[in-house]
Design a protein around this ligand. Sequence first.
Ligand code: DX5
Ligand code: ZN
Length: 228
Amino acid sequence: MKIMNNKKRVIAPSILSADFMHLEGEIKAVENAGCDMLHLDIMDGHFVPNITFGPFIIKQINEITDLPLDVHLMIENPSRWIDAYVEAGADIITIHTEACTHIHRAVQYIKSMGIKASVSLNPATNTTAIEYIAEDLDMVLVMSVNPGFGGQKYIKNVDRKIKYLDELRKKNSYNYLIEVDGGVNTENVDYLSDLGVDVFVAGSAVFKSENYSQTIKTLKNKRQKQEF
Ligand code: DX5
Ligand code: ZN
């Protein structure tokens, strides 16, 4: 599964902000609006102060869309659940460094299942947490809000973490994509792209907008130098 075709921005709407009473329609709407994959936020009420949905919803989503499924595990002890999300149809699985004791083993295991392996860093977590697995990763998910909720504001000092990860991969020829997750919108998308971001999670920016196609098109193509 190609996550991205060279340097095109990848837009991954998070369904956390979608209307769950009309979930199939919402997914079809963003698919038809030209998004590149679906970002699925799994929350257990322990690792983060919120609870969302589990593998059986992912399985049903997988049956109604061809979009790659970008599964973000905000759960304690994620290793215990990798098989279930692979079976449900995940194409990418992101686990949190802060929630996983044996992260090297977990990353190897995800890859052994033929799934893209991604690791997430909360806003206060240092990039040193991924230093010894960076070469194995398909993606690094940089949390730009404190995990648990959509509709929060981008945390500005995450900028330098994104810049560092971009320099690190260039210096060492690592292949991981950089995904930013939280507070992404049409105002800051260009700025984030200039920092080195490849994959843009956008929950409220998309699902709370009037016109999903217009929003996704702007997220993909807007280009003007701006501070935000
Ligand atoms: C937060 C989730 C994010 C969130 C993004 O814990 O990981 O994916 O849904 O929502 P917005 O784009 O509204 O900040
Ligand atoms: Zn997320």
